[in-house]
Design a protein. Structure first.
Length: 70
């Protein structure tokens, strides 16, 4: 799995993410505790899925970033 963070319109911080699925389709979601895609994102990234910031750089300290999320 590959994830890429992005900022929604009007936001100054990365508050959403898109997942590039194995079939090439894209799933996008905002950071919301009630969203199952968001819950899966946190688990998969902590388990080693690749995460890119909004500028396209691979994030290396993923656990610290996940710790800052709701």
């Amino acid at each position: 799995m590959t994830y890429k963070l992005y900022k929604t319109l009007g936001s100054s911080v990365e508050n959403a993410c898109m997942k590039i699925n194995e079939d090439g389709s894209i799933t996008s979601f905002i950071f919301d505790e009630t969203n199952t895609d968001y819950q899966t994102f946190k688990k998969e990234v902590l388990a080693g899925a690749e995460l890119f910031d909004a500028d396209g750089n691979v994030m290396t300290d993923v656990s610290a970033f996940i710790g800052t999320l709701p």
